[in-house]
Design a protein around this ligand. Sequence first.
Ligand SMILES: Cc1cc2nc3c(=O)[nH]c(=O)nc-3n(C[C@H](O)[C@H](O)[C@H](O)COP(=O)(O)OP(=O)(O)OC[C@H]3O[C@@H](n4cnc5c(N)ncnc54)[C@H](O)[C@@H]3O)c2cc1C
Length: 532
Amino acid sequence: MTGIHEDVIERLTADVAIVGYGPVGRLLALLLGRSGKRVVVVERQPKAYPLPRAVHFDDEIGRIFQSVGLPPDSQPDIVGPYDDFYEWRSADRDTLLRLDWRGLGPSGWHVSNFFYQPALEDILDAKVQALDSVRILRGWTAVTCTQDEDAVTLELQSRTDERCTVTASYVVGADGANSIVRSWIGSSLTDLSYFHDWLVIDLLMKAPSEQFDFSPAAWQLCDPERPTTLVPGGPGRRRFEFMRLPSETVEELNAEETAWQLMAPWGITPDSARLERHTVYTFQARWCDTWRKGRLLLAGDSAHLMPPFAGQGMCSGLRDAVNLSWKLDLVLDGRAGDGILDSYGPERAEHVRHFIEASMSLGEVICLADPAAAAERDVRMRADLVAGAQPPPRPLPRLGPGLHRDDAGGGLLAIQAEVDGGTSSGLFDDVVGDGGVLLLAEPALREQLSESDAALLSDLGWKVVALASEPGVGCVVDINGAYTDWLRGLGAVAAMSRPDLYLYGVAANANDLTALLQHLRAALAMPVAAMQ
Ligand SMILES: Cc1cc2nc3c(=O)[nH]c(=O)nc-3n(C[C@H](O)[C@H](O)[C@H](O)COP(=O)(O)OP(=O)(O)OC[C@H]3O[C@@H](n4cnc5c(N)ncnc54)[C@H](O)[C@@H]3O)c2cc1C
């Protein structure tokens, strides 16, 4: 961090300055701006990046989009739900691994959705632009930073070398893999030393999809002669990815001619598809060890990178944004101490490690260019498949230690199911509204809440909702019994979820409900180390 340039043309102030306006910066700006926070976003590119990187998101992200008025089923031209297996096949097309991506997930949306990123980002942008509280500075690069006890000041540089400053209570670096904010924080990286170059090709299909044999629509060809990914790229689009072989250079692979040659065996020609882009990415697996330093925080690719085989990189960044926004909201309003921000990094680092390791293990299946090693893998995986031994169920990802109780549910993702609220029925958030919720297994449990418990929840803006046989004020009917089953599985009579959809904790009985509220009250005022 260095001093500020003398010739500054404008000095801006904000509650939060966000560096980077990719998907993560957009969602964070939208969430903070909607809650009335003054936000300045700084983006070095004068225009939006017109090409996709991410093509896939899961049901949890569907629920996050639902919360900002963008439910996945509202954009059929941009988002296509997926309802099939995601297969991994050998060179001779034998199935080696089947991931079940059928149906709805616990968040109430399809487990898997393929989408067209630029169009979805445009919609997020329009929502941000509609907010008076957010100012977007495009064509400006954050170049230096100073922070003291009261504020942090960014110096920005325009393309014509003009300078301006933004002074904010907090700066979030959503500035991608080569983050300058990360360098200011000085974070070390945990790097799993995974580096593979892949040619990524995006196609707008001209011919109808029936003309091609993409069945299932998402699969991986684990052929050592050319490991290949075939997935949808959103409605009417396809994504192909081809691994660089040891005998090739990046330049050879990243040629338009090469792209068409590689797609020819799949029946794709300039007559059947428009090549929207081809580029070589180096897939990596790493996360930063320090997500916060004083008033500086990181979110998205600035904090973590993973190979895209599970389609979880952007998803993880969006989870960062939701985790951070409600905590910043509380701190900026003076409703919680600044210490709660220390919970952000440990919670998210542990969670993202789960997805990085899952993506790595999928990458290890496919990224084999050695025929002998691939043959050995095929024998082992075929045998495992026949024996029904794979894939082993992975434990549900849980937030690392932080702003939640260490009980049966704390740190796990809450579910979303259908409820009847009397005047309307459907998905819980549509009926009840989003935000923090204390869900009670029965209305009588309300009596367990003291006045100060009720005041605490009300001050936080968290609702109290009870499952009941009839809908009524603060009561909903659990239409399919999903909430009842879920609470039973957790051994709980109540579940308290935070605004980012993760459980603060669950109460095993009525007395424990009182203890859960006490824990929350204490945690909101305490530094993270004192919570567990
Ligand atoms: C081939 C590929 C496929 C993928 N597929 C998926 C998928 O299917 N699903 C999924 O969830 N994820 C996927 N990902 C990952 C996903 O694309 C990224 O995780 C996501 O786009 C990162 O978003 P971000 O907002 O954190 O960063 P970015 O999108 O990189 O945005 C960072 C922004 O910060 C700006 N910036 C940087 N430095 C400065 C500065 N100093 N001042 C001002 N502005 C600055 C940049 O211009 C940029 O606009 C994939 C990635 C790749 C490469």
